[in-house]
Design a protein around this ligand. Structure first.
Ligand SMILES: [Fe+2]
Ligand SMILES: [Fe+2]
Length: 125
């Protein structure tokens, strides 16, 4: 499945970078200072980072799914918190949230396909 998953995960990665830019720009617009020290990111983030040390596709997808679901929770919280109070931040949170939900959906579909392929192969044995 690598040929299918790899380009799509690269696209997800580009979109994640886009999310970071949207958030950073909004923080600056609001007069805040974004955290620019990478070592602080892992300390402050409420989603953990797991390095993809296991190259097996199922392990990568499961790790990724965990990350997407955590991001969904955070952007949902941001949307709830800003709803009716800060329209621009709310719109941004909803826009990002929708992309994270698409990411989650893509990964869930691959994991379903993988499980199905495994069952089919077992039937052949
Ligand atoms: Fe993201
Ligand atoms: Fe994502």
């Amino acid at each position: 499945m690598r040929s299918e998953v790899e380009p799509e995960l690269l696209l997800h990665a580009d979109q994640e970078l886009g999310h970071a830019l949207l958030v950073v720009n909004r923080i600056i617009q609001l007069g805040g200072t974004p955290v620019i020290k990478p070592s602080e990111w892992t300390k402050l983030a409420r989603c953990s980072y797991e390095e993809p040390s296991d190259p097996y596709i199922k392990a990568i997808l499961e790790q990724n799914l965990k990350g997407e679901r955590c991001a969904i929770q955070r952007y949902q919280e941001l949307a709830d918190f800003t709803n009716g109070k800060d329209h621009s931040t709310y719109q941004m949170a909803v826009q990002i949230l929708n992309e994270e939900l698409e990411h989650e959906n893509d990964i869930e579909d691959w994991l379903t396909d993988l499980a199905r392929m495994k069952t089919d192969l077992q039937k052949l044995q």
